[in-house]
Design a protein around this ligand. Structure first.
Ligand code: TYM
Length: 330
């Protein structure tokens, strides 16, 4: 039997190779076996200050990236979150069973609210994980393929599903996160102690899927390395080179042992040169496809329209059950 899979990305920027390795690359694989929903979560993107015109452009850009990364609209349902209003409706209903203490413990909230001070953070930023739980639970999702930073949010979705089921009777499937052994947390190229992030102020920290070849080359050649030489995988002792090796593994399909053997007598300079070429070889064709989809918005919009219609039908059928269980309406 096919499992139901749900995942999403915020259209807050172009996507970087951390998003690609941690999420999209897995999605392209998992869609071969399961029934998948891949969402562009624009309502999550407005929990921090945003520019409306830019947001709309980025929704198109992320849709193009999904397709270019191999998400096949014949196999998977691609849609924009705000076009299926049942997400915010279920988000509100789940707010009534979520606890303040649970949300206060969320590290993403703590990190993001620290910047402007917790009292200045929006209620939307605080409730962000509840909307994410709604995204997941609406479709009877059993698998959520994400990077490691989203594990805490998926755990909350599990807690809320169980609590709802206990209070109102069996309604939601309890979802499982799916993360991979290597690549669940790609680190910044400039500081291997922090994850690669779309909003990193250091322009050399992340390689974006839309970066040109010479920009990719520059970013990789300037990536920091560890004090001790040698191309050896050891995430604890050699975090910088282990991160670069993880990226190399995903770009070429070579195992860590194979990479270590190939660069046994080589230095960081040679390895970074090979890595830059591997990233360019893998990302170059994706970049060209992204541009192709952006140049033909008709095709892109057709895909998103069809995805929206399928998602709407499933989401509304589920909401009828949920409203009924909670005693809402007449
Ligand atoms: P977002 O937009 O921050 O990231 C999208 C996906 O990329 C993964 N990711 C990473 N993986 C490895 N290394 C990194 N450095 C890295 N940075 C990001 C994320 O874990 C994620 O899988 N809250 C989510 C979006 C969301 C969602 C959902 C996801 C909303 N509703 C429902 C799954 C299911 C987010 O902000 O992702």
């Amino acid at each position: 039997m096919k499992d139901i899979v749900f995942s999403g990305v915020q259209p807050t920027h172009s996507l970087h190779i951390g998003n690609y390795i941690g999420a999209l690359k897995q999605w392209a694989h998992i869609q071969q076996q399961h029934h998948c929903y891949f969402c562009i979560v624009d309502e999550h993107a407005i929990t921090v200050p945003h520019d409306p015109t830019t947001l709309r452009q980025r929704i198109q850009l992320v849709a193009a990236i999904y397709l270019a990364a191999g998400i096949d609209p014949k196999k998977s349902i691609l849609f924009v979150q705000s076009e299926v209003p049942q997400h915010t409706e279920l988000g509100w209903l789940l707010m009534t069973i979520a606890k303040m203490g649970e949300l206060e413990r969320m590290t993403q909230y703590k990190d993001k609210s620290r910047k402007g001070g917790a009292s200045g953070a929006s209620l939307g930023l605080f409730g962000y994980p509840v909307l994410m739980a709604a995204d997941i639970l609406l479709y009877d999702t059993s698998i959520v393929p994400v990077g490691e930073d989203q594990l805490q949010h998926v755990e909350l979705a599990r807690v809320l599903a169980r609590r709802f089921n206990e209070r109102y009777g069996d309604t939601f499937v309890i979802p499982q996160p799916l993360i991979q052994q290597f690549g669940a947390r790609i680190m910044s190229l400039q500081d291997p102690s922090v994850k690669m992030s779309k909003s990193d102020e250091h322009e050399m920290a992340a390689v974006f899927l839309t970066d040109e070849d010479d920009v990719i080359r520059k970013k990789i050649m300037r990536a920091v390395t560890d004090s001790e030489a040698g191309i050896v995988y050891d995430a604890e002792k050699k975090p910088a080179v282990s991160n670069l090796m993880t990226i190399y593994h995903h770009m070429t399909g070579q195992t860590m042992k194979e990479i270590e053997a190939a660069f046994d007598d080589k230095g960081y300079g040679d390895f970074k040169k090979a890595l830059a070429e591997a990233v360019i070889t893998h990302v170059g064709p994706i970049r060209a496809k992204i541009q192709g989809y952006l140049d033909d918005p008709t095709e892109l919009n057709k895909t998103l329209d069809a995805g929206r219609d399928k998602a709407l039908a499933v989401a509304e059928a589920k909401m009828k059950i949920v409203r009924n269980k909670m005693g809402l309406g007449r």
